[in-house]
Design a binder for this molecule. Structure first.
Ligand code: SF4
Ligand code: SF4
Ligand code: FES
Length: 261
């Protein structure tokens, strides 16, 4: 009989360190945060931080910064813009992938549970290793490819209607919330490109100025790179920018069918 067991060092200790709120704090919230340092040889653990919300900003990222600045400088996470533009603060908050800087602590009931984006190796604490994710993005050649020379006196122009086709997909901030919420990507991320890279591929396929549409579709016509998408829709649900990678993937599949006839 098959027996499935997790390796001993993968088990998460749910009772890590507890940092109590300061005496006299009236508005206390508990943040339960995944901690892991692969170099330490220790198992991951969940640490609990009690924060006085009367002296903390409203967003989950504010709480993380307060913890790092005032309570525990060893806590590690990525952030930059703090306004939903850079994508670096993507993490799993209360069971959903999202951006910590635009997720209000008040919108979460009970303890605020925070862990790294799922199914990626962990560099440390809330920092996932996205090396493969970026390599997949690079593999779709996310730049304009042309054969005809550009007009000598101006840029390559496109109509307003054509520009609108690339407008929304261009708003992707490569946060990886979608790909790391996709079950197909969890199991096949070595060969399946995942929704973020496929949305980027779609953005260039539908660009009226690009002249490599055929080659781009050829690259995607593969049982794994594209067709591991089973339209589960987690990606679209997870996107903090309200983009629709699942629809883009569906449209790429339709283009591949149409060009056969
Ligand atoms: S629609 Fe496709 S890409 Fe999106 S979550 Fe489902 S399987 Fe993944
Ligand atoms: S499609 Fe949305 S969730 Fe996916 S990487 Fe882009 S912005 Fe993030
Ligand atoms: S810090 Fe840039 S998106 Fe959150």
């Amino acid at each position: 009989m098959a027996e499935f067991k997790l390796p001993a060092n993968s088990k998460v200790n749910k009772h890590g360190r507890v940092f109590k709120a300061p005496d006299g704090a009236k508005h206390v919230r508990r943040f339960r945060i995944y901690r892991y340092d692969p170099d330490s040889g220790e198992n991951p653990r969940i640490d609990t931080y009690e924060l006085d919300m009367d002296s903390c900003g409203p967003m989950v990222l504010d709480a993380l910064i307060k913890i790092k600045n005032e309570i525990d400088p060893t806590l590690t996470f990525r952030r930059s813009c703090r306004e939903g533009i850079c994508g670096s603060c993507a993490m799993n908050i209360d069971g959903h992938n999202g951006l910590a800087c635009i997720c209000a602590s008040d919108d979460i009931d009970g303890d605020v549970r925070i862990s790294p984006l799922p199914h990626r190796p962990v560099v440390k604490d809330l920092v996932p290793d996205l090396t493969d994710f970026y390599a997949q993005y690079a593999s779709i050649k996310p730049w304009l490819q042309t054969r005809t020379p550009a007009p000598p006196d101006r840029e390559r122009l496109q109509s307003k209607a054509d520009q609108q086709k690339v407008d929304r997909p261009s708003a992707c901030i490569l946060c990886a919330c979608c790909s790391t919420s996709c079950p197909s990507y969890w199991w096949n991320s070595d060969r399946y490109l995942g929704p973020a890279a496929l949305l980027a591929a779609y953005r260039w396929i539908v660009d009226s100025r690009d002249e490599a549409t055929g080659e781009r579709l050829d690259e995607l016509e593969d049982p794994f790179r594209l067709y591991r998408c089973h339209t589960i829709m987690n990606c679209t649900e997870a996107c903090p920018k309200d983009l629709n990678p699942a629809q883009a993937i569906g449209e790429i599949k339709q283009m591949l069918v149409r060009r056969r006839y």
